[in-house]
Design a protein around this ligand. Sequence first.
Ligand code: SF4
Length: 377
Amino acid sequence: MTEFLSKSFYDTYLACRERDWGEALAAASGADVEQALRRVHLSFSDFLALLSPAAEAHLESMAQKARALTLRYFGRTIQLYAPIYVSDYCENSCLYCSFSSRNRRKRKKLSLEEIDREAAFIAGTGLQHILLLTGESKKESPVGYLRDCVNVLRRHFSSVAIEVYPLSEEDYAGLVAEGVDGLTLYQETYDESLYRVLHPAGPKRNFRYRLEAPERGAAARMRQVNIGALLGLADWRREILMVGLHARYLQDRFPEVEIGASVPRLRPFAGAFQGSCEVGDRNIVQAILALRLFLPRLGIALSTREDSCFRDSLIPLGITRMSAGSCTSVGGYTVPDEAEDAFAQFEIADSRSIPEMMARLREKGYDPVLKDWIFGL
Ligand code: SF4
């Protein structure tokens, strides 16, 4: 693995990009998978074997080991969080997203009073972890606005994470000083050529600036950094390979930071784009199991993009965080009618409320965690 350590993850990425991962994945055998399953510390080659088509015949053995590892490192706990969308203005035109600037819809940005109202509503459910999201517009949602939002949210929540446009290390540090403790930033796809096609305009076209943002956030002393790829845009095996490599890089370079990953799948949205790569339920299962076996301490988050039945089945396999009671439109918690009139970033498949989600977790023998962090204590 040390061969991959370098100045920035982009250097690692460049070194890896030249390799033919498709061929390596196809060449992995059942014996390679069995060898990976016997190891305590997995190499990158082991991880590759677990993501290969050959590993599909070993999902049950992988699940048993993943379950045991998750229990050892995280116990029977699942942290719950909710997203709060405060602005859907966006300068980018990602082909797979409703918020694309090409989508000529009325935009909305919440005032601090409206954010306070939304926050009070969410906090009323008992939830104490909030994820602040905006469309990516530095003009409409400048860092000063983000700072003001954080100050409002801190009145209601013990943990505030952000999922906004990539920032400089200095700006991340400023937000950490205001009370932000977590950063989520998905690369969308680790295929740089495809990335250019999917992001035809706007600042998001800068692949490298986005790729290096998680390490800038970690260097700025974020407590938790979460990465991921949007599955369905490119071959999922290669994407998860890169997610695992990126997460390992971050864990090695920032051992004090809790590194997490997500496996979001493309969902229906207000646009015509269809992903070119099918990702089935078994593929998602394999991706989660491989990540857990390769990186036992990795947090793995699962959003409401997946339906309730599937989400429940994934809980014992390695999941550590789940969103619940989510709304993906601006102001949608307190003004749902208006939210319908506006538009959501993507369709939600699991609409269970927080109490329903908590009850289900308890039925499955898990402890829902609403609060495990208090800023500044
Ligand atoms: S994915 Fe993000 S950056 Fe792209 S259009 Fe949607 S909100 Fe904007």
